[in-house]
Design a binder for this molecule. Structure first.
Ligand SMILES: [Zn+2]
Ligand SMILES: [Zn+2]
Length: 212
């Protein structure tokens, strides 16, 4: 098993890759045993002063990032930790989210596509299968609720600010109560005394905290 430091190095490398950069300044991790362990595994290559993520290390790095961002979602959506604090807490927490558990958490949270900072969560097998049992879910996109399911809007995952405006203009605001009334031909839901009809794309962007 990788040490926490090793996982953090892999994560940092993955984030660089997302930013389109190929390597990481070696900086402080130069003499760390974590770097040595990773390079022995063939996950990274160390140049003079740069660390490169190798093909063999990519899936491991992706899994680390996935755990981190799912942990953030879990902290914010379920445990209600304030966004300001998640950076401090999630670093410790992600290491507790052990392999094999992340797909359960992912399902529980309705297979979220991005962390609370808006960074993409690499999908896992569970996201493709979508075999989520309804009972086990805490949060799910509106598009995956059944008629008469109700809850509170947890968060919105708009693709851009226009879409966010649109969602907010129909009253889809985190914290408000929502009931799904109809799924076809469009998604009709009720917020307060008003009913709205939206298409599937928008319905996928409203994550609802289900109430029993
Ligand atoms: Zn994040
Ligand atoms: Zn998933």
């Amino acid at each position: 098993m990788l040490s926490e430091q090793a996982e953090e190095i892999l994560e940092a490398l993955w984030i660089k890759m997302e930013e389109g950069k190929k390597s990481l300044d070696l900086g402080a991790c130069r003499d760390e045993p974590a770097c040595e362990a990773l390079s022995k595994l063939g996950f990274i290559r160390i140049d003079k002063d740069h660390v490169h993520l190798l093909e063999k290390g990519k899936s491991e790095a992706m899994a680390c990032v996935r755990r981190h961002r799912l942990a953030e979602r879990l902290l914010v959506d379920v445990l209600d930790i304030k966004k300001k604090m998640i950076d401090e807490v999630s670093c410790k927490f992600e290491h507790l989210l052990h392999r094999g558990l992340e797909d359960n958490v992912c399902s529980l949270l309705g297979h979220p596509k991005a962390c609370p900072h808006g960074k993409p969560i690499p999908p896992g097998r569970c996201c493709a299968e979508k075999k989520t049992k309804k009972l086990s879910r805490i949060i799910a996109p509106l598009s995956e609720l059944e008629v008469k399911d109700k809850g509170q809007i947890g968060y919105l995952q708009a693709k851009d600010s226009n879409q966010m405006q649109k969602l907010l203009s129909i009253g889809a605001i985190p914290g408000v109560s929502i009931v799904l009334l109809q799924k076809f031909p469009s998604y009709v839901f009720q917020i307060g005394h008003s009913q709205f009809a939206i298409d599937e794309d928008l319905a996928q962007r409203i994550y609802v905290r289900l109430s029993k």
